[in-house]
Design a binder for this molecule. Sequence first.
Ligand SMILES: Cc1cc2nc3c(=O)[nH]c(=O)nc-3n(C[C@H](O)[C@H](O)[C@H](O)COP(=O)(O)OP(=O)(O)OC[C@H]3O[C@@H](n4cnc5c(N)ncnc54)[C@H](O)[C@@H]3O)c2cc1C
Length: 456
Amino acid sequence: MPARSACWRCVPRPSSSPCSGSPWRRRWSTRAMPDDGLKQWLAAPSVWQLDAGEAPRQDTPLPRRVDLAVLGAGLGGLSAALHGLEAGCSVCVLEAQRVGAGASGRNSGFVVPAPSRQTPASLERLLGEAAGPFVRGLQEAGTRLLQGPGASAVQGWAQPWDGEVDPAAVVRLADDWRRLGVEARAADRDALQARIGTDRYAGGLCFERGGQIDPYAAAQGLAERVRQAGGSLVEGCPALTLRPRGEGYLIRTPQGDLLADRVLVAGNAYGREASATTRRAISPLALVLATFAGDVPGEPLPFSDNRKDIWFFRRLADGRLLTGCFALPGLDRRQCEALLGQRIRHLYGVEPGPLQHVWAGWVGLTLNALPRIESRDARLLHWSGCNGRGLALSSLMGRLLVERLLGGDGLGLPPAAPSPWQGMPLLGWLGRLAIALDRRQRHRGLPAPVVSLSAS
Ligand SMILES: Cc1cc2nc3c(=O)[nH]c(=O)nc-3n(C[C@H](O)[C@H](O)[C@H](O)COP(=O)(O)OP(=O)(O)OC[C@H]3O[C@@H](n4cnc5c(N)ncnc54)[C@H](O)[C@@H]3O)c2cc1C
């Protein structure tokens, strides 16, 4: 069969909805579907894809048999493939669209060496002795990204806290992260102002080994390394079905069948067809990103604050500002410009330049903000979930899970317990409700948003 033509310009959305199956589930899933404006943003190229232009397609024939097949060429799948190749396996990566077409080519590029919504204490409760190796692994994975293609000269990532801050609590938290091996420092208002360019936060943490990258360039760079190491990377080739066959799995694709001894399903929030399970296992929330013209002075650290309706900012290499917000129903371009412009005014005290480019992507939430691993048998692993901090996480998970498929323990991260909520978008709904309430509360004290007419 001929290769299906696919690129990030035409089909960036997974074809499967988060819930398919019973009419009850279908009804819930229909209501959770994005509205038309959001659909356009989900289909628009990211600023990275736009700036880079479409990578030339390298047509690779589908092998008939490999030791390891990886479904999905995001940072997770590509890191997994590289690890498999380094371990001496023959490897094939199947990508439904193009390299980086999923969240990996569409995100804000913040490299964060700590999982979201967890403190060192809560992480130790959940993971026990694996907590330290896990966060150190995240930090190492982040460092690899920060030294690879798409890296920026800015070193560090900050998490300021909105509202009242107990300085002693911040210092304790930084100490706890350092005890686990993560380089975190407490920062007061002045220190934060010097590093992130706004004095609106009374305190927070700076993670010295975090930073920012062009994530699409990072994915392209990894893909190149996979090819150079002898891996097959077949784009425009979705895995349609996955069935046990002999000692391994038979993967059906539009280009023919592939037999693999081991399979890693790395479709994450963009999982479709044979990888629809990875999307069903989490609650996908749409996050809208936007760039504003204008030159932000200095080299501020990228940052995300601690609220549910998170405020986050970074400066691109040419001075443009990148920010964004979770998509709530009815958000259109004018409202987006007004909402984000209001935040820029509030934080930096300057009038924002025109809104330039808007796009959106799916972020995969899990209940405990840790990745969900599912294992049907020793030859097949699925994982998903990023909770907005998936760059270092996907790179780490790809490596750990290949290690596990090859007989290691991959840090012994526990497989997810079956959950009655799995496949139901309830967590996503609750997430959107919490964000809406937080947004309303947070914007109540700010001057009214001004809708700029500078961009139509
Ligand atoms: C808007 C946005 C902003 C974000 N910002 C940040 C950030 O600043 N920092 C951070 O750390 N994280 C961030 N994240 C999260 C991060 O981008 C993701 O966690 C990470 O990129 C996921 O990588 P992945 O390889 O696991 O999945 P993806 O990059 O989504 O890759 C999955 C791939 O699998 C392919 N696929 C799916 N099904 C099949 C199939 N059946 N056969 C073959 N291929 C298939 C898809 O086409 C896709 O290319 C953000 C996410 C979004 C959406």
